[in-house]
Design a protein around this ligand. Structure first.
Ligand code: BYC
Length: 466
C-alpha cells in the first residue's frame, strides 16, 4: 500500500480506517515530540537539515531529499509489502501460515522482544544528543541527524506494533519507552551498550559500525518472524539501517586516511609524535575497537540460551538469512561451543545467539580488511584486529573471566590496558571542535570521497533557518 502523507501520522497501514488505533497513536505523538525536543539533538532543532524521507517501501522509490527542520520530520509507520501466502520458515510451526495477529501463548515473549528492540532506538538518540556541537563537518552533522531521525522512526515502528497488537499493556510499554533514559541510574535503557555515553565522534563512528551492525543482525532475525507485522516492519527498518553502518565504516576509514597522511609525512607511527600533529594514532583506534566490539558482542545475549531456543522453536525469531540454511528445524543437531569448562555440545536451538553472532563477526571483518588494506598500501606494518570473543565480556559464558584481546588468560590490568585509557579519551575529546563552515573539516579526519545524494562535500547540509 502507498504511503499516506496526508495523515497526521504518515503510514502505509491504512491507519485512517482504525480510528481507535489512530487516536491512541495521535495521543502518543506529542509525547514523542516533547521527548525529541528534550532529549534529541541539542541546539539544532530549528535548523534546516538536508534529510531523506521514505516515500515508498519498495527498493526503487525509497527516498526523497530536502531541507527539513528535525521536529517537522515526517515520522511514521512503514511496513514492507505483505508477501502473499507467506509461511513460517523455521521451528515447530515451519510451513504453517504466518500469524497476522499475536498468538495468545506467545504474547508476553513477543512483547518482550519488541520492547527490547524498541528501547534501543530512543536510547541511541539520547546517547548522541550532544555530538552535533563537535561535528567535524556539516556533512557529518547531517549524517548524525539522519541517523537520529531514523532511530526515532524505528521507535515509531515498534510503538505501532505495541499499540496495534498488544492492547493496554502495549500502550503502557510505549509510554515506558520515553520514560527510561540512557545512563539513567534509576530507569536505564534495557541493554548494556545503550547506557554507554557517546560523547566523541570516534565513539560515534565505532557505535555506527559495531552497534548498528548488531541492529542489522537482530532485525534480520526478526524479519524472519512468523508474526508477520513484525517481520514486515523489520524488513523496512533494515533498508534504513544500511546508511548508519556506512557512516561508521567510512567515518573510521577517513580517520585512518588522515592518520596515514601524518604517518607518511613523519615517516613514523610513533603515537606521541602523531598526537602532536592532532591525529588519532592507530593503537588508540584499536583500543576503541576493543571497547565497542566487545560491548556489541554482549548484545547477542548468552552463547547458550534457552530464551533463544524458545524464540526459534516457536517461530518468533529466526536466524539472519534463515533461507540460506538447509535445516530449519534444528532439533537433531548440536553445536560445539567453547566455554570456560572446555568445549561443550549444545543443542543447535540453544546456540542460536552464537550462530547469529558468528554471522555478525564475519560481517565486522569486512571493514577491518578494507582499513588494513589502506594501511598496508601506505607502506605501514600495522593491522587492526577484532579482539577475541572472550575479551572484556559482561554477558555470556566468558563474563567474569579475564582474557586478553588474543584470547589468552590474563590479569585484570592487561584487559584495562587494551581498552581506551582516561588519557586516550581526554586526548580524543581535546580534538573535538565543532566545524560549521560548509566545505571545512576538522584536522583529525578528512572529507569523504563523495557527498550525500550526489551533492558535493561543500554543500550546506545544515543551515540556520531563513
Ligand atoms: N544487556 O538468554 P540470554 C539496534 C538479558 S541493536 C542487558 O542470554 P537472550 C540498534 C536478557 O534480556 C539490536 N541484559 O539472551 C543499534 C535476558 O533477560 P531476562 C536490538 C541482557 O534473551 C544501534 C537475560 O539477560 N535488538 O537495533 O537469548 C542503534 C538472559 O538472556 C543483555 C534486539 O536486541 C545485555 N547485553 O537474548 C539503534 C532484538 N543480553 O529475560 C538501534 C531483541 C541479554 O532473563 N532482543 N540480556 O529478563 C533479543 O532478541 C534478545 O533479548 C537479546 C538477548 C538478543 C538481546
Amino acid at each position: 500500500m502507498a504511503i499516506d502523507y496526508q495523515s497526521k501520522i504518515p503510514n502505509n497501514v491504512d491507519l485512517s480506517n482504525d480510528r481507535a488505533l489512530q487516536r491512541a497513536l495521535e495521543h502518543w505523538q506529542p509525547a514523542f515530540i516533547d521527548w525529541w525536543k528534550d532529549l534529541g539533538p541539542t541546539m539544532y532543532q530549528g535548523h534546516d537539515v538536508y534529510l531523506r524521507t521514505a516515500t515508498s517501501v519498495d527498493a526503487k522509490g525509497w527516498a526523497t531529499f530536502g531541507h527539513v527542520k528535525m521536529p517537522d520530520y515526517r515520522w511514521g509507520i512503514f511496513l514492507a509489502d505483505q508477501q502473499k501466502d507467506r509461511t513460517i520458515g523455521f521451528g515447530d510451526y515451519k510451513g504453517k501460515p504466518v500469524w497476522q495477529q499475536v498468538p495468545g501463548e506467545y504474547r508476553s515473549i513477543l512483547r518482550r522482544l519488541i520492547v527490547t528492540q524498541g528501547d534501543t532506538e530512543p536510547a541511541s538518540v539520547e546517547q548522541q544528543r550532544l555530538l552535533a556541537l563537535t561535528a567535524p563537518s556539516l556533512y557529518d552533522m547531517r549524517n548524525l541527524f539522519q541517523v537520529n531521525v531514523e532511530e526515532g522512526r524505528h521507535l515509531w515502528a515498534m510503538v505501532y506494533l505495541l499499540h496495534a497488537y498488544f492492547g493496554r499493556d502495549g500502550r503502557e510499554e510505549a509510554e515506558e519507552m520515553l520514560f527510561r533514559h540512557s545512563g539513567d541510574p534509576d530507569h536505564p535503557r534495557i541493554l548494556g551498550t545503550f547506557n554507554e555515553p557517546i560523547d566523541d565522534w570516534l565513539s560515534f563512528y565505532m557505535f555506527t559500525y559495531f552497534t548498528d551492525r548488531d541492529g542489522k543482525y537482530q532485525l534480520k532475525s526478526l524479519a524472519e518472524s512468523g508474526f508477520d507485522p513484525l517481520a514486515r516492519t523489520c524488513s523496512f527498518m533494515l533498508t534504513e539501517e544500511a546508511h548508519h553502518m556506512f557512516v561508521g565504516e567510512t567515518g573510521i576509514a577517513r580517520v585512518i586516511k588522515r592518520t596515514l597522511e601524518e604517518m607518511t609525512k613523519l615517516g613514523s607511527d610513533d603515537p606521541e609524535a602523531l598526537r602532536k600533529t592532532g591525529v588519532i594514532d592507530l593503537p588508540l583506534l584499536q583500543r576503541y575497537i576493543n571497547f565497542w566490539y566487545s560491548s556489541a558482542l554482549d548484545l547477542f545475549g548468552s552463547e547458550i540460551s534457552s530464551n533463544a531456543a524458545t524464540y526459534f522453536a516457536n517461530g518468533l525469531k529466526g536466524r539472519p538469512d534463515e533461507g540460506t540454511y538447509e535445516d530449519h528445524d534444528c532439533t537433531g543437531t548440536i553445536e560445539q561451543v567453547e566455554t570456560p569448562n572446555g568445549v561443550e555440545e549444545i543443542a543447535t536451538r540453544n546456540a542460536m545467539n552464537l550462530i547469529t553472532r558468528n554471522a555478525y563477526i564475519r560481517d565486522c571483518e569486512i571493514g577491518l580488511t578494507r582499513w588494513n588494506r589502506n594501511i598496508a598500501k601506505a607502506g605501514f606494518n600495522y593491522q587492526l584486529k577484532l579482539p577475541s570473543d572472550k575479551f572484556n565480556r559482561n554477558v555470556g559464558v566468558w563474563a567474569g573471566h579475564d582474557f586478553d584481546p588474543e584470547g589468552r588468560a590474563c590479569s585484570r590490568e592487561a584487559i584495562i590496558s587494551a581498552l581506551p585509557s582516561e588519557q586516550d579519551r581526554s586526548y580524543v575529546k581535546s580534538l573535538m571542535v565543532g566545524i560549521t563552515e560548509p566545505g571545512q573539516c576538522a584536522n583529525w579526519t578528512c572529507p569523504p570521497d563523495r557527498g550525500i545524494n550526489s551533492m558535493p562535500f561543500e554543500y550546506e547540509y545544515v543551515r540556520a533557518a531563513a
